[in-house]
Write a protein that binds this ligand. Structure first.
Ligand SMILES: Cc1ncc(COP(=O)(O)O)c(C=O)c1O
Length: 463
C-alpha cells in the first residue's frame, strides 16, 4: 500500500495548492527519486489520481493536475471540517478574557482568595534557603529531575500507573503541552478527532498548525464509540484530543467502561489519545474514574496533567506523561520552545505540592467550589435554561432558548461588566450558538449572586 501513501502525499499538496491546477506533476522518475520509492509505486499513485479525477494525461508529456472543486472535496469527506486557519493567529478565549469586567464568569480560574497565598510565600523563602543558587541555573528541557521523580511517584501512588521520572516532561502549563503536541504531530491539513464542544484555546492552537477537525459529540454518557471507530478507520487521524474528566466546557465525565474501550480503539487503529486532565482533583462528592492512561499498556495515550489551576496558577506547572519515544520528541519540541520551564517555579511547586498543607487546602477548596456551583445553579434556576449539574470542575454549560441572540447578549453583558464564554468558540464547527459557559470559580459568593442576577436580567431584557 505504499502507493497509497504517495497518493495521499500528492493529494495533500494539491489541497494546499503547492501544485496548482493544470500544472504538470513531477515526472515519475523524479518523484520516485525524491520520495525514495520505486517508479512503479509512483506510477500506480498517478493512475489512481487519474482514476479519481484528480489528474489527467497529456500524450507524450505526462500527468497534469485537474482543477479542484472544493464542494466535491467536502462531498467526498462529509465528516471532515476545515480548521479555517486564515494565516492570523487567534485565541478567541484570551480575547474575551481581555475585556475588563467586575463579574468575571468567562475565566475558568480559581479565585485567588481561595488559595493559601501567605503559606505559599513561606515556601518561596524555604526554597531559596535550600537551593541558594536557584536563580543562577537552567532547568533541563525535560524538567527538574527531583520534581519529575516526585510526580511520577505521585502517579504511581494515586493511579497505580507504571512509570518513572523519565516518562514525564514538565511544561509551562497545559496550554504549552497542547502546543508542543500540536507542533510535533500536526502537519497542515492533517485530520484530528476533537470533542464537540471542547476547550476553545486547544481548537485555536490546532488551527494555527493547519489541522482539520473530525468532531465527536460529548454527552453525559461519553462518546458514540461506533462513530469514533468509523472516523479512526476511515481517516486515520493523527490523534484524538479529549478532556474526559470534568470536561471543559460541559463538566461531563466519560464513564470508566468507555475509557477502556477507547484505549482498545486507539491501539487497533494506531491513533494517539491526547488526554487533557486539567480538573482531575476538582471533584465534589466522588472521585472521578481513573485517567485513560492508566488503562494503556501499549503507549497510545499521551497524558497531560495540569496543576496550574488549583495549586498555584501563577507557577504554570503541568506534566506530560507518555511512552519514552513520545517524551523524547516532545522534549526536543520543548527545548526549541523555551529550553525548559523556569527552575524556580518547579522547585516552589514541588515543595508546596508535597506539603500536608496542600492536601488540606485541596479539601477546603473542593467545598468552596461546590458552594459556588450551588449558588450559581440557584440563581439561574428560574430562567428555564437547561444544564447538567457538574460533579466537578469549574463551569456550568447552559443551553439557552432556541434562536436566543447570544451575540448581542454578550455585548450587553460586557457593557454591564459581566462576561461569559459563548458556545460558538468551543465548537469545532463554530455553531452551538445557544450555549454558554459560566465559570463559578473566580468571583466570590456575594459577587457571584449579584453578577448572575445581572446576567439573568440582561437575558430577560433581550426578549
Ligand atoms: C481543558 C483545559 N486544558 C488546558 C488548559 C490550560 O491549562 P494551563 O493553565 O495549565 O495552561 C485549560 C485551562 O482552562 C483547560 O481547561
Amino acid at each position: 500500500m505504499l502507493f497509497r501513501q504517495v497518493y495521499d502525499y500528492i493529494i495533500t499538496r494539491l489541497e494546499r495548492q503547492v501544485w496548482q491546477a493544470d500544472e504538470k506533476l513531477p515526472s515519475i522518475r523524479q518523484l520516485a527519486q525524491e520520495l525514495g520509492v520505486n517508479r512503479l509505486t509512483v506510477l500506480k499513485a498517478y493512475q489512481l489520481l487519474k482514476q479519481n479525477g484528480k489528474a489527467y494525461v497529456k500524450e507524450k508529456s505526462g500527468y497534469y493536475i485537474c482543477p479542484i472543486d472544493p464542494k466535491q472535496m467536502q462531498d467526498e469527506h462529509p465528516e471532515i471540517h476545515p480548521g479555517s486557519f486564515n494565516g492570523h493567529l487567534k485565541n478567541n478565549l484570551s480575547e474575551i478574557h481581555q475585556v475588563p469586567v467586575i463579574y468575571q464568569f468567562s475565566q475558568a480560574l480559581i479565585d485567588p482568595n481561595l488559595l493559601p497565598n501567605l503559606f505559599l510565600s513561606e515556601y518561596v523563602k524555604k526554597v531559596f534557603d535550600i537551593y541558594p543558587k536557584l536563580m543562577g541555573t537552567y532547568s533541563t528541557a525535560q524538567g527538574d529531575e527531583e520534581l519529575r521523580e516526585h510526580l511520577s511517584q505521585y502517579m504511581v501512588r494515586h493511579h497505580k500507573a507504571q512509570l518513572t521520572s523519565s516518562d514525564l516532561l514538565i511544561t509551562t502549563g497545559a496550554q504549552q503541552a497542547i502546543d508542543l503536541i500540536s507542533r510535533n504531530y500536526i502537519r497542515p491539513l492533517d485530520a484530528i478527532l476533537v470533542e464537540r464542544p471542547t476547550y476553545s484555546a486547544a481548537l485555536d492552537t490546532f488551527r494555527s498548525y493547519g489541522a482539520r477537525f473530525l468532531p465527536v459529540d460529548i454527552t453525559p454518557e461519553g462518546y458514540d464509540l461506533e462513530k469514533v471507530e468509523m472516523l479512526m478507520k476511515q481517516y486515520q487521524p493523527r490523534f484524538f484530543y479529549m478532556n474526559p474528566t470534568f470536561h471543559n466546557p460541559t463538566g461531563y465525565t466519560v464513564p470508566s467502561g468507555q475509557r477502556k474501550q477507547l484505549v482498545e480503539l486507539a491501539e487497533r487503529y494506531q491513533c494517539l489519545l491526547i488526554e487533557d486532565d486539567a480538573f482531575h482533583d476538582m471533584f465534589f462528592d466522588q472521585t472521578p474514574p481513573p485517567p485513560m492512561f492508566t488503562y494503556d499498556t501499549e503507549g497510545w495515550v499521551v497524558y497531560i496533567r495540569s496543576f496550574s489551576k488549583y495549586v498555584a496558577p501563577g507557577l504554570r506547572i503541568s506534566a506530560i506523561i507518555g511512552r519514552k519515544a513520545v517524551i523524547a520528541q516532545l522534549t526536543t519540541a520543548k527545548s526549541l520552545a523555551d529550553n525548559g520551564t523556569p527552575l524556580v517555579n518547579q522547585k516552589i511547586f514541588l515543595h508546596y505540592f508535597e506539603s500536608e498543607r496542600m492536601q488540606q487546602h485541596l479539601e477546603k477548596l473542593r467545598i468552596a467550589l461546590q458552594i459556588r456551583r450551588d449558588i450559581m445553579e440557584e440563581e439561574v434556576a428560574a430562567t428555564g435554561w437547561k444544564w447538567v449539574s457538574p460533579k466537578g470542575g469549574l463551569n456550568l454549560w447552559l443551553k439557552l432558548p432556541d434562536h436566543f441572540p447570544v451575540e448581542s447578549f454578550l455585548n450587553e453583558c460586557f457593557r454591564q461588566s459581566v462576561s461569559f464564554v459563548p458556545g460558538t468558540i468551543c465548537d469545532p464547527l463554530k455553531e452551538m450558538r445557544e450555549w454558554i459557559r459560566l465559570s463559578y470559580s473566580f468571583v466570590n459568593e456575594g459577587q457571584l449572586r449579584e453578577g448572575i442576577r445581572r446576567l439573568v436580567d440582561i437575558a430577560r431584557s433581550m426578549k
